[in-house]
Design a binder for this molecule. Sequence first.
Ligand code: SF4
Length: 468
Amino acid sequence: MEIIRENCGLAGVFRNKRAAEILHACLFSLQHRGQEAAGIILGKDDSFSFHGNRGLVSEIFTSQVIKSMEGDYGIGHVRYSTTGSNSSRNIQPFFIDYKGQTIAVAHNGNITNSRILRSKLENQGAIFQTTMDSEIILHLLVRSRGRDIREKLAGTLKQLKGAFSILVFVQDKIIAARDSCGFRPLSIGKLSDSFIVASETCAFDLIGAEYVRDVEPGEMVIFSDSGIDSYKWTENIKKSHCIFEFIYFARPDSCIFGKSVYLTRKRLGENLAIECDFTADLVMPVPDSGSIAAIGFSQKKQIPLEFGVIRNHYIGRTFIQPSQKMRDSGTRIKLNPVKSIIQDRDIIVIEDSIVRGTTCRNRIRALKDAGAKRIMLGISCPPIKFPCYFGIDFPSKEELIANKMSVEEIRRFLGLDGLYYLSLKGMLDAMMLPAEDFCTACFTGRYPIRPDFSFNKSQWERKDGCDS
Ligand code: SF4
């Protein structure tokens, strides 16, 4: 799988003396959702401490930094930029001082009307410190009319379009909220008497917290000394969970949208096995993202599973190097074929998806060079033909291989003996949730929300089939 970037992971804690340590552990377990930068803001009485930087969580939060941070409530963020540059100004949580109080926000998703909102705010005299769409939330919040933070935040969220799971830090409170579609996951956990919030439940496991429930689409949950209060900030709720979270992004040991990622990914592999008629000597995954679908495929087909390529886990961050050339060379270093397993064998390779196709082609070539007789490729989702406007960094429509080529043309381009993509029905059946609860726009072009057309205008065409 080519590396596709999610644009963030969130963690929050309310009333725990070990807040810095807990947020650090949560962010560490959410590192797969963003590797460019990380930050934590903690509150103690009426003061706060912030630490953030570019880099990985383990590099930024040394034990000295963790010890120096005081507070028993706070929020944290890991970032990959889909809007705003990777500059240190764009590290989150983003915070401001307003009327003697510190207010901070951490955001996962993409606000699709951000250009319009930003330009309106600038015309009103707002001065932006960053290029992130997340900063807009704070500008709107301090201008919002309302008797209390709940009303002000509800007024703010009503102006946003697109995907946003957010955490807000104000004095003696943290607030978690999700957009009305629930694109990105956000869960609540409990650790003794304190509350934890995290993008994925794998963060709870690391700190020994218990999963309580998800923050619902269109819901705002306020954690304060009087307990937890839930409000619907909108009545206009239409679930559109990002189905790609199950296919690729979320960690398999997480539950998102109420379902196990591992079991869902395995069902994707099983459905792929039911649909496609490939036979071979062995099934092998492209590790790690294709591994669980490959288990499901192998068990359903009753063809042995082998690890025909071995991943070097100590490669560091070569995968975030920007150029295609560097990405390709990083790939060869990262995955090495096991000749003794694949030589002179017919093999079925299971991948989670194909984006540009260049990385995949290099991997197929490496398997051929290692002596594979016939190579068939099974993909555990349908062809990705359309860009995402809701927080996943797919390339432009023109760069997506399935937008330019038929399945047969892709097969030839990749140098395969067979290629099969899971059908849309097969993918949706694996979810064990109603099909209408999901966004499938990158496969179908049916976008649950019409983006602001000035946003990435060059990529957007009305014929993409926006539903609204
Ligand atoms: S377009 Fe695709 S990647 Fe984007 S939110 Fe929808 S399902 Fe997820």
